[in-house]
Every structure is written in structure tokens, then in C-alpha cells.
Design a protein around this ligand. Structure first.
Ligand code: ATP
Length: 199
């Protein structure tokens, strides 16, 4: 599996559609300060489902939409598509090429697509987390992030290792199951109260 291409439209400084093609191996993005190198990395996290504006170096989520420049008006939507070569079947989906798309409108609406079909954020997150890539798998290490890993206390370091090892996904599923169990037990207690009242 490798990333084949990334297309940005109206995302941060990329007002016009811009496509970056990646070959297997190492890709370097070079450019002057402020030219948009980190915005490319932000686009990668965003299309993989990132939900935190801070992680995308913004104050609010709509900061990812092109805000305009002196010569160009702001845009009403941001769109990023990531195409992944899945010929080795690393992603649990029956396609040799998978394109993930995320669109966000300035009015707050958003949409996710998998090979052009609308899907839920959860579908996308599950697809990626099963493969070991995705938002919380630390496959994207931002500037300064290495420092926080190196200076983490033992519990923090353990959390990083657990996430990288893919334990986080199972912990989240367990928490979700426990919440459902709690709700079910509350319902059960309520039914028992009602039964007692009817006796
Ligand atoms: P450095 O080498 O200094 O880290 P960089 O190449 O990584 O820089 P980025 O941080 O990716 O640069 O890009 C910063 C630029 O993106 C700034 O000029 C900023 O104004 C622009 N930018 C960020 N968000 C938006 C937005 N929503 N609309 C328009 N431009 C934006």
C-alpha cells in the first residue's frame, strides 16, 4: 500500500485544484517558508478524518477553507482527495485503488466519500484504522511533535506506543461497548421497576 496522490481544492492556501503525485519510496516537499508545505501535511490528516482544529493549526474547523488573499476572494468550500494504491489489499476493501474525499462547506456542512460514494466518517475511520494508518496512528508526525514524544512521562509514552501498536482502536471499541452496556443496564433496571409497580 502506498499513497498515490493528493488533490487539494480550496484547502488553506491551495485555492486552485492542485494535485501532488507520490511514487513508492520517500517524497520530499521543499519550498520557501510559508509556501504551504505544512498545509499539504494538514490536508493528509484532514482527509483521513482529523476532527481537531488545533491539530490542523487553526482556531476553528472552517479555517481550513481558503480565506482569500488580496487578489482572490475567499472560497465557500474545501475539498481534499487522497488516492491510495491498495493492490496488496492492505485496506480491507475490494478495490485495488481507494480514493478518500472530504468536503467541507463554510456553512458547517461536510461530506465524506469513499471511491466517489458518500460514506460516514466512521466508515472511513474504521477502514483506515484496520490498516494501521489513520488519524491517531501517529503516521503523521508534525513539527515539534517529536519533542513531545521524547519529553513524555512514562504514562504518556505508553499511550504513544499503544496507539502506534493499534491498541487504541480496540480500547475505543471496548469503551463504546461498555457505554452501550451501561445504557442497557439502566433500561433493564427501569423495566424491573415498572414490573415491580405492576405487581
Ligand atoms: P514553514 O517552512 O515556515 O513551516 P510552510 O511551507 O510549512 O512554512 P504553511 O504553514 O504550510 O507553510 O503555510 C502557511 C501559509 O498558508 C500562510 O501564508 C497562510 O496565510 C496560508 N494559509 C493558511 N490557512 C489559510 C487559509 N484558510 N486560506 C488562505 N491561506 C491560508
Amino acid at each position: 500500500m502506498h499513497l498515490k496522490s493528493l488533490t487539494l481544492r480550496g484547502f488553506k492556501s491551495f485555492a486552485s485544484a492542485t494535485t501532488l503525485r507520490f511514487e513508492p519510496g520517500i517524497t520530499c516537499v521543499v519550498g520557501p517558508n510559508g509556501s504551504g508545505k505544512s498545509n499539504v501535511v494538514d490536508a493528509l490528516s484532514w482527509v483521513m478524518g482529523e476532527q481537531g482544529a488545533k491539530s490542523l493549526r487553526g482556531g476553528k474547523m472552517e479555517d481550513v477553507i481558503f480565506a482569500g488573499t488580496t487578489g482572490r476572494s475567499p472560497l465557500g468550500r474545501a475539498e481534499v482527495s487522497l488516492t491510495i494504491d491498495n493492490s496488496d489489499g492492505a485496506l480491507p476493501i475490494d478495490y485495488s485503488e481507494v480514493t478518500l474525499t472530504r468536503i467541507m462547506f463554510r456553512n458547517g456542512g461536510s461530506e465524506y466519500q469513499l471511491n466517489g460514494d458518500t460514506c460516514r466518517l466512521l466508515d472511513l475511520q474504521e477502514l483506515l484504522s484496520d490498516s494501521g494508518i489513520g488519524r491517531e496512528m501517529h503516521v503523521i508526525v508534525g513539527q515539534g511533535q517529536l519533542d513531545s514524544v521524547l519529553h513524555a512521562d512514562p504514562m504518556g509514552r505508553r499511550a504513544f506506543i499503544e496507539e502506534a501498536a493499534g491498541v487504541l482502536k480496540h480500547r475505543k471499541r471496548k469503551e463504546k461497548a461498555l457505554r452501550k452496556l451501561d445504557a442497557m443496564q439502566a433500561n433493564f433496571a427501569r423495566v424491573q421497576d415498572l414490573t415491580d409497580e405492576l405487581r
